[in-house]
Design a protein around this ligand. Structure first.
Ligand code: NAI
Ligand code: CS2
Length: 486
C-alpha cells in the first residue's frame, strides 16, 4: 500500500488541497493509460487551482479500485526515459467505484450527480460493442442483447451511458459530454453511433434527444503506457520504499488533441499540454496509421521472431527499417494531414520505440487484433488498392496477424490468443488447411475485412504469398527479404 510519508523526497506530491476538488468527471476504464494520461493532465491543472476531479470506474475487475480506495485514492506515475525517471503522486481522484462490487446502479447514480459535466472512457476498442469494419453497433453482441432487455442494469459501456443519460433527463439535469479516449478513428462519432443506435431501439425520441443535447468530442491520444509487470512493481517498491499496486509507468512523451465541443464546460486542459482543435480526424489518422499501424506490424512479426519488447525489435536493423518504411512508404501517402513533417514524425516514433526503459511487450500490442486491424492497416490497404499502388509492408502486417492467430509460434508452442473474436478465429483455423485456404477463410471475417476485400484478388493473392513465406521461412527472414527487396 502506498504510504505518502515514507516516499523519498524527490517524489512529487499533490501541491494542492485535495478537499477543494469536486467530482465533475466520471471516467470509465481505470486502466494503465488513463492513469498516465488524462489523470496526469487534470492533476497538473489542480495544482493551478482547478476543481475538476474524477470518479474512477471499472466495470469488470474490482481489484484495482479496491487497492486505490485503500491508499486514499492516490497512486504514483513514473515517467521513464533511458537515462532518467521521475515519479509523482496523482491526487485528482475523488471517488472510485466498481461496477460489480458496488453495483451498476451506484455507477449510474454517480454519473447522475448535478456536478458531473463529462463522462470519459478508455475501455479498449472492444468496449464499444461495435463492428470494427463499419463503426456501427453490433446488435448481436451478448452485452447489448442483455442491455436491451435490462436497460436499468446495463453490462456494456453504451448501455451504461444510455442509462445515465436517461436518469439525468428524468431529473431535469444538464446533460454531460461523452469523450472517448480510445484508439479509434473518429472515436467521438463511434461513441455517438453506438449510443444513439442503442437508444433508437428504445425510442426514436430518445435517440433524437441525444443527437440534439449530448456532444461526443473526438480525441487523439498518444502516450506509450505498457502494462505493469511483477518486475516493474518490485523495482518501484525498492525505489519508493513502499509498494503501490495502482502504480503506472509511462514514456515521457505526451500528446492529446481534443475536439473542442463540450456541452457543459471542461477543464482548461490546454494549460496542461493538450491541443484543443475543431477537427481531430487528421491527427487521429496520422497517429493510428503511422504509430499504431507500425506497432501492430512489430507486434505480430516481432512476437513471431522471438522479440519480447518493441525496443528489442528496434535492435534488429531490418525490423527498424521495415517499421519506418511502413510509416513513410505505405501510410504517409494515405493521410490528409497538412503541414506536418511526416519524416520527422516517423523518426520521432522510432526514437520512442527505442526507449529501453519502457518494456512494451509485443504480446500486449498483439491483443485484440480483430478490433485494431481495420483502422491501423486495412483502411490504408483500401487506399492503395484504389490507387493501384503497392503496400507490401501493410500486407505483411496483415499476413503476420494471420500467422499469429493460427495459434502456434515458430517453435511449435501454443500462442494464447486474446481477442473478443477468439472463438471464431479458432474455428476458422481448425477448419481450414494452413495456407491459401486459411488466408481466404480469415479474410471472410466480415467484422474485420468488410464485404469488399475478399473480392480484391490482388489483395488476397499477395497476402497469401506473404503468409506462405512466413510459414516457410519465419518472420525474421521474411522481414529481411522485404526490406532488401522493396
Ligand atoms: P488496460 O488493460 O490497463 O485497461 C483497460 C481498461 O478497459 C480497464 O479499465 C478495463 O476494465 C476496461 N475494459 C476492458 N474491456 C472492457 C469492456 N468490454 N467494457 C468496459 N470496460 C472494459 O489498458 P490501457 O493501457 O489502459 O489501454 C486502454 C485503451 O486506452 C487502449 O485500448 C487504447 O484504446 C487506449 N490507449 C492506450 C495507450 C497505451 O499505451 N496503453 C495509449 C493510447 C491509447
Ligand atoms: C498500442 C497502443 O496496445 C496497442 O495496441 O499500439 O496502445 C499504443 O501504445 C498507444 O496508442 C500509444 O499512444
Amino acid at each position: 500500500m502506498l504510504e505518502l510519508d515514507r516516499l523519498p523526497a524527490d517524489v512529487q506530491r499533490p501541491a494542492y488541497d485535495r478537499s477543494q476538488l469536486k467530482t465533475r468527471m466520471v471516467h470509465i476504464g481505470f486502466g494503465a493509460f488513463h492513469r498516465a494520461h488524462q489523470a496526469l493532465a487534470t492533476d497538473k491543472l489542480a495544482a493551478d487551482g482547478s476543481d475538476w476531479g474524477y470518479c474512477e470506474v471499472n466495470l469488470n475487475s474490482g481489484a484495482l479500485i479496491q487497492a486505490l480506495r485503500q491508499q486514499d485514492l492516490l497512486y504514483t506515475l513514473t515517467e521513464m526515459a533511458d537515462s532518467s525517471l521521475h515519479t509523482r503522486v496523482i491526487g485528482v481522484v475523488t471517488q472510485a467505484l466498481h461496477g460489480k462490487g458496488d453495483g451498476i446502479d451506484a455507477v449510474i447514480e454517480a454519473m447522475s450527480q448535478p456536478d458531473v459535466a463529462i463522462v470519459s472512457m478508455t475501455v479498449t476498442e472492444k468496449g464499444y460493442c461495435y463492428m470494427p469494419s463499419s463503426g456501427k453497433l453490433n446488435p448481436d453482441h451478448p452485452d447489448i442483447v442483455h442491455d436491451l432487455e435490462n436497460p436499468t442494469q446495463p453490462r456494456s459501456l453504451p448501455g451504461l451511458i444510455l442509462a445515465a443519460i436517461i436518469r439525468r433527463r428524468e431529473r431535469g439535469l444538464t446533460p454531460f459530454s461523452v469523450m472517448s479516449c480510445d484508439n479509434m478513428p473518429e472515436n467521438g462519432h463511434v461513441t455517438r453511433n453506438v449510443i444513439t443506435q442503442l437508444a433508437e431501439r428504445h425510442s426514436h425520441e430518445l435517440a433524437e434527444y441525444i443527437q440534439t443535447h449530448i456532444t461526443f468530442p473526438s480525441t487523439m491520444v498518444d502516450r506509450i503506457v505498457p502494462a505493469m509487470t511483477d518486475a516493474a512493481f518490485d523495482a518501484l517498491e525498492a525505489r519508493l520504499g513502499s509498494s503501490d499496486p495502482v502504480a503506472v509507468e509511462a514514456e515521457p512523451f505526451f500528446q492529446w488533441v481534443i475536439e473542442d465541443n463540450f456541452v457543459n464546460g471542461r477543464p482548461a486542459w490546454e494549460n496542461a499540454g493538450a491541443e484543443l482543435v475543431s477537427d481531430v480526424l487528421p491527427f487521429e489518422e496520422m497517429k493510428l496509421r503511422m504509430l499504431n499501424g507500425s506497432h501492430s506490424f512489430l507486434a505480430y512479426l516481432g512476437f513471431l521472431a522471438g522479440y519480447e519488447h518493441i525496443s528489442d525489435c528496434m535492435a534488429d536493423n531490418h525490423f527498424r527499417t521495415a517499421a519506418r518504411a511502413l510509416m513513410l512508404q505505405d501510410q504517409a501517402p494515405t493521410l490528409r494531414t497538412q503541414g506536418v513533417d511526416l519524416e520527422a514524425y516517423a523518426d520521432s516514433l522510432i526514437a520512442r520505440y527505442e526507449n529501453r526503459a519502457i518494456k512494451h511487450r509485443t504480446y500486449q500490442i498483439a491483443t485484440d487484433g480483430t478490433q485494431k486491424l481495420p483502422q491501423r492497416l486495412l483502411d490504408s490497404v483500401r487506399w492503395h488498392l484504389r490507387n493501384g499502388t503497392s503496400c507490401d509492408y501493410l500486407l505483411l502486417g496483415v499476413a503476420g496477424w494471420m500467422r499469429y492467430v493460427s495459434g502456434v509460434d515458430e517453435q511449435g508452442q501454443t500462442i494464447e490468443i486474446r481477442d473478443p473474436l477468439k472463438d471464431q478465429l479458432a474455428s476458422i483455423v481448425s477448419h481450414s488447411e494452413d495456407g491459401a485456404e486459411r488466408v481466404k477463410a480469415l479474410i471472410g471475417l466480415k467484422a474485420v475485412f468488410g464485404d469488399d476485400l475478399l473480392h480484391q484478388s490482388a489483395f488476397v493473392s499477395r497476402v497469401t504469398e506473404l503468409y506462405q513465406q512466413l510459414v516457410a521461412q519465419g518472420a525474421r527472414a521474411t522481414v529481411h527479404a522485404l526490406v532488401t527487396q522493396v
